[in-house]
Every structure is written in C-alpha cells, then in structure tokens.
Design a binder for this molecule. Structure first.
Ligand SMILES: [Zn+2]
Length: 376
C-alpha cells in the first residue's frame, strides 16, 4: 500500500522515541524537509530542551505553526496492542505514541507547507514553525523561552496555529480560540500535635480546616461568559497525620483553579485568603500561576481556520476554550492571534494512541488552505 507523504512522515516521526524532553532527531528530520523550501532553521537549545524556529521570508505578516515533538511516556507496554514506537496502520487507523498528540499534526504542517510553497512561490508575508521538545513536561525551556528570544529581537508572530488535537468527533469540528487560566495553591494549616486522649492539649488542624475547605468547595466563583465556562476549584491532595493515637500537627492541602476571564489570579487569591481568614486559621499559603487565561476573538485567523475547514470538509466549526492549558498561553500574551486546530483527541496520552489515517491528510489540506487564505 502506498502511503501519503503526510502519513509516511508521521510514521517516521513516531519511530523517533522522543519522550519529554528528548527530541530524538525529530526536529532535524523536519528541518531536512523545510530547508529545501527556503526555510532558515535555528536550533534554540535551553537546558535539555531542543527547540526549532524555522522561518521562510522576512516580511510581515507572519503565520507560525506551533507544536511539540515530545510525547508522554507509554505507560506499561503490555497495555498496548501495537508497539508504541513502531507505527502501524490497521483498519484505517495509525497507531503509535504521538499519532494524535502531535506528530500527525507536525507531519501535516510540513506537507501543507511543501504544497503551498510549490503553488505559491511568491506568497506574501512569512511562514514559520515554532517547535519544542518540552510541552508535555515542565514547559520551562520550551515555547516560553523561544517566545522570549523572539520578543527580544522584536520578531512578531501575527497568527499562530497550534496543531494540538482539538477535534472531538470529526476533524475540524472544534477549534480552540482560548484557554482557561490555571492557578495552583499550596496550603499548610498549622495546629498543635498531641495525644488523641488529651485533645484539650492539642489543636487538630484537620478539624480546624474542614469548615474552610467546605466553604472553598462550595464558593460560587463566577458564572463564566460567552467564551468560557465558569471558574472551577478542585482540591487535588490532602495530607495530615501519621495515624495511630496522634493528633496531627499540620494539614497540607493542594488545590487548583481553572479560571475564566471573569476572575484574575489576583482576585482568586484574595478571595481564598478572605475565606481562610474568616475561619481564623493559622496557615501558610503559596501560589503557582501556571497560565493566565487567553482569548483570541474573531479575526483574520479564526475566519481563515473556519473557512479552510468548511472548504476542505464542508463542516461548520465550533469555537471552544475548554480543556487543559497549552503552549498558546506563552504565545498569546505577545499579541498574536492564536488558535488550536488538530486531530481528534479521544486517545491522547492513552495506550494504543491512534488517529484516523485519512484525517491526517484532511488536516494537511486544511493547513494548506489556511496558508492560502492568509498568505496566498
Ligand atoms: Zn500535545
């Protein structure tokens, strides 16, 4: 069976065992295809992370395709029917780690650029690929550092299309035009350790904190808005005590907000502190903001993506801001319009990760059409 260029390249990428932060030669392979098209490639290595910034053209506007070569670990390989790094196509599906998240999209970026540059050698503006090998990990030395580098030399991305698996039932049915913010809280409630038989000589932090945690869990944060669902609060970890006859001296609580643009990290922090203070707790509280919310309103990029999907598939596309954070959180603050448009996300991070083989060809055509709409 002859494979399409997109499938062949996707399989070549899957064969490279690029578990975060190892790129395993994926970016070199991509660059070997981009260089003949006139892309100038730059390796930006930070720490253990390989990043690729490849650009064709020097004029604006600049359309960047963004994504990652790293994949999450396989989990126990005995749970896989197919070897995770030895891709196969079976009953119309391509199996392998990264098939959906997101080596399929990377291959589709490349083949879309190849066809577009072939048909429009004199296209306007510039095309770039912003590729990292640390999206699935701590994401400290990846896109965020590349964006810093670009900002320092005043290189501005106008439109950024991220190939993350955004689709739900059919390719192109959903694109993400924003993401909620994510804010972590690490709370330590102090009590006084003691013997359970002498509670008057101790202070149980579990008992002290329980009403405050109840209040936090039942707080109404906001009702969301046209683009975002309501802000949610979830406790992710509670730890206290050694068991036996000891009243614990401390209670640790980790929690996370997924929040919309009706709140800010600062407003949520203030409200949590007010609830804890109302319950007169003795506590320490630390915060980690892993991403502010962002939103790309209707504009040239959203219009081009919707129009490309309609032309290639006949489908009307829904805009959504649901799901986890993505590297868009680093790119959007530069003022770029950002959308995520990629394959179905049903099997991402799972055993037997797969994608419908023909969907990758469809995706490549959609990316090509986006190029035509914006730079053709
Ligand atoms: Zn991904």
């Amino acid at each position: 069976m002859t494979l399409s260029p997109t499938l062949e390249l996707a399989m070549d990428l899957i064969r490279r065992k690029s578990v975060t932060p190892d790129d395993a030669g994926c970016q070199e392979l991509m660059m070997s295809r981009l260089a003949p098209l006139g892309f100038a490639g730059e390796n930006l290595r930070f720490g253990e992370t390989d990043n690729l910034w490849a650009r064709k053209g020097s004029d604006g506007p600049l359309l960047a395709f963004a994504g990652h070569t790293d994949v999450v670990p396989t989990g126990p390989e005995k749970n896989w029917a197919y070897a995770p790094f030895d891709p196969v196509i079976k009953d119309g599906y391509l199996y392998g780690r990264g098939a959906a998240d997101m080596k399929g999209s990377l291959a589709a970026f490349i083949t879309a650029c190849e066809r577009f540059v072939g048909k429009y050698p004199q296209h306007r503006g510039s095309i770039a690929l912003l590729i990292t090998s640390d999206e699935e990990g701590p994401a400290r030395d990846g896109t965020v550092k590349v964006v810093d580098t670009l900002e320092k030399r005043n290189e501005k991305i106008d439109w950024c299309l991220i190939g993350e698996p955004s689709s739900t039932n059919q390719v192109g049915d959903i694109i993400k035009n924003g993401r909620r913010g994510s804010l972590h809280g690490y709370l330590t409630v102090h009590g006084v350790q003691g013997h359970v038989a002498y509670p008057h000589m101790a202070e149980n932090p579990v008992h002290l904190a329980a009403p405050a945690l109840d209040a936090l869990a039942n707080e109404f944060w906001d009702s969301g808005n046209d683009f975002f669902p309501p802000t949610t609060f979830q406790i992710t970890k509670i730890e206290a005590g050694t068991g036996s006859n000891v009243i614990p001296g401390e209670l640790l609580v980790h929690f996370n907000f997924r929040y919309c643009t009706e709140n800010t990290a600062e407003s949520l922090e203030e409200r949590v502190v007010a609830i804890l203070d109302r319950h007169k707790l003795n506590y320490d509280l630390q915060w980690h903001l892993s991403g502010r919310p962002f939103l790309t309103d209707r504009g040239a990029l959203v219009t081009a993506a919707q129009s490309a999907i309609r032309q290639v598939t006949g489908r009307e596309t829904e805009l959504s801001t649901s799901g986890g954070t993505s590297d868009g959180r680093f790119i959007a603050p530069t003022g770029a319009q950002v959308v995520e448009l990629g394959p179905l996300n049903a099997t991402i991070h799972k055993a037997d990760e797969c994608v419908k083989a023909e969907d990758l060809d469809t995706l490549s055509e959609i990316y090509e059409q986006v190029l035509v709409e914006l730079l053709g």
